[in-house]
Design a binder for this molecule. Structure first.
Ligand SMILES: Cc1cc2nc3c(=O)[nH]c(=O)nc-3n(C[C@H](O)[C@H](O)[C@H](O)COP(=O)(O)OP(=O)(O)OC[C@H]3O[C@@H](n4cnc5c(N)ncnc54)[C@H](O)[C@@H]3O)c2cc1C
Length: 319
């Protein structure tokens, strides 16, 4: 159906994608249950391409039809707008992309949960991924966010990343992706489909012990009993966002059904039925107060996705 373009009739482009892309396509798919914090509206169309060919077809089709594309991993670090997301939200299936092991090099699929990294490493007698123990989400999301802890981060182990765009797919060296604290520079619209990690042989039992210790620490210091997206802001150099938020008196502060946690001040908890508006109000308040008191601009770690209101975003930016 040539001529079916985004916005020219929602039914048109969705029907066209359904014809061209093999996989699971869900219209008006609620996204809150697909995020860790359980907040936000629906995607016009949620697509899980069956395999790399189906992904290639999807990427070509959205480019051709002018449909906006949003990539969602496990939703562990994502806040979806109450009005939802226009266009396509792409999620890779767990088993997407062929896995391989060559000595101490593992190639893993980006749709797999982060646990896959240590499970496969340990099965091969390899260590060095202890940092990933308590980090929820997918391996694709972990690459995009350069996820990590004081024990290490993705950039320490990832050597190559397979990227798919409308122009094709292939591995690029990790060094080309500008990994930095909780971020990396992916080309616009590029989907991480696989990653190669190089690890070292070592004491797997000791590695498992370190990971268990980290999980126990999280249970003591993080509010894991309520939906959350983990750290809201990145830590400013030499300081902790949680310390700053606590210092301005917001620990335990509530707006609507969301609250700054009284366990870890950089975590927001959804008390049940929180809206993105509630969450953004908490974030804007913290940014404003920290800026006033310490002259520091907190940077958001959580990724905002979808149609937020201009005034909500302006309040967050402090305009
Ligand atoms: C309780 C809790 C604890 C946490 N602790 C930590 C921690 O210790 N350290 C830490 O770093 N993070 C932590 N996080 C945040 C989160 O787990 C990480 O950021 C994680 O890597 C996000 O992965 P995801 O698949 O859920 O990504 P999502 O939230 O789905 O997406 C995050 C970003 O990655 C992009 N993305 C996802 N998949 C792909 C892909 N295949 N290709 C291209 N882009 C993609 C998305 O577009 C988005 O911009 C925590 C979160 C929670 C809820």
């Amino acid at each position: 159906m040539p001529g079916a373009v985004f916005g020219a009739g929602a039914a048109d482009w969705r029907a066209e994608l359904a014809r061209r892309v093999r996989g699971e396509l869900v219209r008006d798919a609620p996204l809150a249950p697909r995020t860790a914090v359980r907040v936000g509206g629906s995607a016009d169309l949620l697509v899980r391409p069956e395999d790399p060919d189906a992904l290639a077809a999807l990427l070509r089709a959205v480019r051709e039809l002018g449909v906006p594309l949003t990539i969602l991993g496990g939703g562990a670090n994502t806040l979806v707008a109450d009005a939802g997301v226009r266009g396509v939200v792409l999620r890779l299936p767990q088993g997407f992309g062929e896995e391989r092991r060559e000595g101490s090099r593992l190639v893993l699929g980006a749709g797999a949960p982060t646990t896959r990294l240590w499970i496969q490493a340990h099965a091969a007698g390899l260590v060095g991924v202890e940092f990933v123990a308590g980090i929820p989400g997918t391996l694709g999301g972990a690459v995009a966010m350069n996820a990590g802890t004081t024990l290490g981060e993705m950039k320490d182990v990832v050597t190559e990343v397979e990227l798919a765009t409308a122009d094709g797919a292939g591995f690029v060296p990790a060094a080309a992706l500008g990994f930095a604290y909780r971020t990396c520079r992916l080309p616009a619209g590029a989907v991480v489909t696989r990653l190669a990690v190089t690890l070292r042989p070592g004491d797997v039992a000791e590695s498992a012990r370190v990971m268990q210790e980290d999980r126990d620490r999280r249970r003591r210091t993080q509010p894991l009993d309520r939906p959350t997206f983990g750290s809201t802001f990145t830590n400013p150099p030499g300081d902790f966002a949680g310390r700053l938020i606590e210092a301005v008196g917001l620990k335990g502060y509530r707006v609507g059904n969301a609250t700054w946690s009284d366990v870890h001040a950089n975590f927001i908890s959804n008390l049940g039925g929180a809206t993105a508006r509630d969450v953004l109000a908490l974030m804007a308040l913290a940014r404003r107060k920290v800026k006033e008191r310490f002259g520091l601009a907190l940077e958001t770690e959580v990724r905002l996705v979808g149609e937020f209101l201009a005034e909500e975003l302006e309040a967050l930016r402090g305009e």
